[in-house]
Design a protein around this ligand. Structure first.
Ligand code: R5P
Length: 311
């Protein structure tokens, strides 16, 4: 097994992986003046099981990933596992409006055409995206990494809330770790990307400490509106957790202006680690151990679910 990183993974996350697994830095990624990317493996990968760890949070990183996979394939490795904690374009999982694209299907076609044999990812926006791939997809439940933290807050009268219809399964799965918690959801309608039309609360949050569970936060608009609605409905406090802190421009103002006490994200999009410095309501919890244990289970041909359930 050989483990390599794309440029999205910063040194401190690489160091964390190195605590659990033997990793290699012998993947050189050069960039030309016109922004073309040239990855080169500086060690032999012939006959090896290659793992590439990369968070594809922008289009340039998608291209970089495809080229790394292409280089690994052409260098004669035995198999290529892409460990992509954040899989982009997952919000495009179907034709929502007439004549629009299905980005997540295109991503799957491109990754398979480049040559991956297996994908490891965390909390897809829609679990059915697994079916877009004709290779094994190991879809990890991201919210499990937050359970200990929410327990450490020692909140009574807990209510787990799904901020839209699509997040109901994720939020109700998270609820299993809190048997005394109640459940509520929001019926959300959107007119265009990043702009919410209306929100209607379904369930009672009066006097509750509410935890909103979502897959990702982009502008933070959904979480801000959801938190406002929850507080208007007489909740005691409101927190949010989401696996992927995409955190685009404007998120910090939304977070500051919202009644959220904290927004808790993972480092699946590593730029979240820099953003904690600009907003003290933001908390980041590492997903490295979850990924490292998954990689280890795969390489040792053990059950992934049994391995990660035992940690
Ligand atoms: C939408 O269905 C997703 O699960 C997220 O709630 C949404 O994409 C977050 O976007 P924003 O932070 O821009 O509201």
């Amino acid at each position: 097994m050989k483990i390599f990183f794309g440029t999205s993974i910063p040194v401190d996350i690489r160091d964390q992986f190195s605590k659990y697994l033997q990793t290699s830095s012998n993947l050189k990624i050069e960039r030309f003046k016109d922004e073309e990317i040239l990855p080169t493996f500086d060690e032999s990968v012939r006959g090896e099981e290659v793992f590439i760890i990369q968070s594809m949070y922008n289009s340039d990183l998608i291209m970089e990933t495809l080229l790394i996979v292409d280089a690994a394939k052409r260098a004669g490795c035995n198999s290529i596992t892409l460990v992509a904690p954040y899989l982009p374009y997952s919000r495009q999982d179907r034709i929502d409006k007439h004549r629009s694209s299905i980005g997540s299907k295109l991503i799957s076609d491109m990754l398979e055409a480049a040559g991956i044999h297996r994908l490891v990812t965390i909390d897809l926006h829609a679990a059915a995206i697994q079916g877009f791939y004709n290779i094994p997809v190991i879809h990890l439940n991201g919210s499990r990494i937050f359970t200990w933290y929410i327990k450490s807050l020692k909140l009574d009268n807990l209510c787990i809330l799904s901020p839209d219809q699509g997040a109901v399964k994720r939020a109700s799965d998270f609820c299993k770790a809190f048997p005394d918690a109640s459940f509520a959801m929001i019926n959300k309608k959107r007119v265009k990307p990043n702009e919410i039309h209306s929100m209607e609360l379904v369930g009672d949050v009066t006097g509750k400490n509410v935890i909103i569970v979502d897959d990702l936060s982009d502008t933070g608009g959904t979480l801000k509106k959801a938190a406002e609605l929850v507080m208007e409905n007489n909740a005691k406090s409101v927190y949010a957790l989401c696996s992927h802190g995409v955190l685009s421009d404007g998120y910090s103002k939304n977070l500051t202006d919202s009644p959220l006490l904290e927004m808790i994200v993972s480092d699946s999009v590593p730029t979240a680690l820099d953003k904690v410095k600009e907003n003290d309501k933001l908390k980041v919890i590492s997903c490295v151990k979850l990924l490292a244990n998954t990689i280890e289970a795969i390489s040792q041909k053990k059950s992934v679910s049994e391995t990660i359930n035992s940690i």
